[in-house]
Ligand binder design. Sequence first.
Ligand SMILES: C[S@@+](CC[C@H](N)C(=O)[O-])C[C@H]1O[C@@H](n2cnc3c(N)ncnc32)[C@H](O)[C@@H]1O
Length: 472
Amino acid sequence: MSSLNKFRYNRILIIRCLHFTEKSSVVCRFQHVKVNHWVYADPRLKEGLESGVFKHKNHPGIMQLKKCYLPEHLEETMYMLAEKYPEDQLKTAAQKLYNYLWSRHLPPSDASIQTKAVVLESKLTKKIDNVESLTSEDKKQLADRTVDTELLKKLKRIVYHWQPIKYDVFRCFQYMTGRVPYDYSCLYRVLNEIKMRDSNFMPKTLLDFGSGLATSVWAANAIWNGSLHEHYCVDKSMDMNVLAQLLLQEGDEDKPMCYNHVYFRRFMPQSSKNQYDLVISAFSLMELATQTDRLELLMSLWKKTEKYLIILENGTNAGFDAISEARHFILQCPHDLPCPRVTTDKGTPCNFKITFKPFYKDFCHHGHRVKGENVEATFAYLVLKKGIRNSDEQPWSRIVREVHRHSKKVPLNTCSPEGHLEHTVITRKRHGADLYMCARKSNWGDLLPALKRDSLLSSDNDEDDDDDVDSE
Ligand SMILES: C[S@@+](CC[C@H](N)C(=O)[O-])C[C@H]1O[C@@H](n2cnc3c(N)ncnc32)[C@H](O)[C@@H]1O
């Protein structure tokens, strides 16, 4: 049995997917199950509202952040260090790197190249066969002479040419000014969700693979101030590690780092005994050359996870593919259902929106929406927790599309804990004032504080016309 398979079969811990993740511009191409009458406000919502624990606008399902900014002293150090290069040169290069990373695909597998080659070969031989003026011997000779070279030429044109990125000193500065605000915001958003959903969790140790400029160290300390006493950052680029450390030293090599016990290493920790409360891989799966490398890495990260494993990628199709692959590989567990985006909605990534302030004011992010000084981008993520599933966990659905509020109704597209993509129109009349007001305050990525009546099986159960409520 291969080591990867052994890992799968020996795994005994119960895993749960805290979250899974989508694109604002994607048109809804699939049929959601309608659940209008099946949804009702979670009784805990009323309790919390009545006792003043929270208001509708900050109900406990709210996970999205309005915007997320870098810690001030990190941003100041970045500005100071960026002065090493002329602004125009660095800005142009940073923009290029950002857009390149955003458009990046996973390296094609041998099997997918093989499939494309077979299709191309059959097209080429068919073309030769169709030339009536040639004898069958001529056809054979022509095919022998041309197919291989033509095939190679055509394959080169259609197969994605993945290349590793060498993070040298200048590229690290490009990364710092181009990507850090986005990376930090995504990490902060996901770690903040863990904190909100698991308030007793106080991580002491962190392992970050492909740690880059240690954005995870900044984000984790911003969330769990003073709790972490070991940060193990793994990045194969020496230059990244040096710049990451310098950022933590506020740009001065003689200063101590602003967080204790941050270790920069080029390789994963050797000892298989060491486990970490938080294990993170953010935007790094795309850096690995083959699927085997990715799966071996995931196996190693999972083994090193004491509590939470967090995988983050761009909110693109490619990022979502990397996340889906990771989820599928680790979640071979009957308690966890397949992602409905993968099973029923192929081609639409499951991602979420993040609003961040770019380092440069008029920085041009490929295909992102600009809102004043901020930019909106998407990210895809996976959070897995080791341990026994908590039965008290709220079985709330997640809003997986942009929310468009109408007068007197809030149509929502959600993903249910049972693994269904659902559509519900929340109205005051049908669902009560509290759930209606909470829905109005909710956004893409939030949890809807509602439960569902039993035995919801198909859209046939609810043929409600969404528009009927306008007359209320
Ligand atoms: C896209 S950056 C992500 C940085 C960081 N995780 C963040 O969120 O800001 C990917 C990082 O992975 C590192 N990397 C690539 N392959 C690696 C490997 N095999 N082992 C360790 N680090 C690697 C690169 O040097 C680079 O710093």
